[in-house]
Ligand binder design. Structure first.
Ligand SMILES: [Zn+2]
Length: 321
């Protein structure tokens, strides 16, 4: 068995984007309840999140944007600048705590307290741009984890693999000119799906050219298509990059039962993708891997797929326990 850290905090439930909103506190409640009932939570090492310090957040995000976000929450607004970014008075603090959850997981892995980690955080992060909230996201949690690895721990190469069904526009844009971060995204074809970025022709810019790999899929693609493309195109590029740390932007909304997109992945596809990326981490990164929750809006799918990821990280066979 491996030592797997688990980032969760009850305060993550306080971010309330509105009763109508699919990115709802019940998502984390379902994940948490299932891990407790399955007995897996006892095997995980709890990691206490802390609010991400502003000096780190502002390495990624425009300070004026962060100020606007804080003020919108303080003023009790229910929407922050774009219609799908619902907020409540606590949202600013909780978004910092989500981003700091990933930083705390980075600390725990880099200090050798755990081998890998799963971050059950919300609000999600991968759509958040330098100066703009988008797609339920405010602060780019996983991007902050990458910056922290590069600039606090001195790593040179971090891979972010994003299998959320929506392209992680924010993450791509934050690192597109930075060759230290290889960003690979698998998502529904931007012609048909939010946020409308992530075409194959987007490959990075300047010194970062060649360090962005977008793998869009036609609507209703399934396990075979995803796994074939990941193995044939993604895997060799990831191996060549030889990351010292692997971060997964894990959305579970490409599942066939997810209400927000049009993909046909099964539970097993996520297991296989997770296994492949863990293999990558073992090959080039001494096993260092953090899975960060992004989207996924069917509660049963979230329960099943996060349980599988946690089992994989702990190295507990699927049919045990
Ligand atoms: Zn998504």
């Amino acid at each position: 068995m491996r030592r797997t850290g688990y980032v969760y905090d009850q305060r993550y439930l306080l971010h309330d984007p509105g009763a109508w909103h699919p990115e709802r506190p019940d998502r984390l409640k379902a994940i948490q309840k299932n891990l407790q009932e399955s007995g897996l939570s006892e095997l995980l090492t709890p990691i206490q999140p802390y609010p991400a310090p502003l000096q780190w957040v502002e390495r990624l995000h425009d300070p004026d944007y962060i100020r606007r976000f804080r003020e919108a929450c303080e003023r009790g607004l229910s929407i922050f600048e774009v219609p799908d970014c619902g907020i409540c008075p606590e949202s600013y603090e909780i978004a910092l705590l989500a981003a700091g959850g990933v930083m705390a997981a980075v600390d725990a892995v880099m200090n050798g307290e755990v081998d890998n980690a799963f971050c059950a955080v919300r609000p999600p992060g991968h759509h958040a741009e330098r100066d703009r909230a988008l797609g339920f996201c405010f602060i780019n949690n996983i991007a902050l984890g990458a910056v922290y690895l590069l600039e606090n721990f001195g790593l040179d190469r971090v891979a972010i693999v994003d299998w959320d069904v929506h392209h992680g526009n924010g993450t791509q844009h934050l690192f597109e000119a930075d060759p230290r971060v290889f960003y690979l995204s698998m998502h529904e074809d931007p012609e048909y799906c939010y946020p409308g970025t992530g075409f194959r022709r987007e490959k990075g810019k300047g010194p970062g050219e060649g360090f962005t790999l977008n793998l869009p899929f036609a609507p209703r693609s399934g396990d075979e298509e995803y796994l074939a493309v990941l193995k044939k195109e993604g895997w060799p590029r990831l191996l060549e990059f030889a990351p010292q740390f692997v971060l997964i932007s894990a959305g579970f909304d490409a599942h066939q039962s997810d209400p927000l997109a049009h993909m046909n992945l099964s539970r097993d596809a996520y297991r296989q993708m997770g296994r492949l990326l863990l293999e990558l981490a073992q090959e080039t990164a001494e096993g260092r891997l953090i899975t960060v929750l992004e989207g996924g809006y069917n509660l049963e799918v979230l329960e099943e797929c996060t349980e599988d990821q946690v089992r994989l990280l702990l190295d507990i066979p699927l049919d045990h326990f």
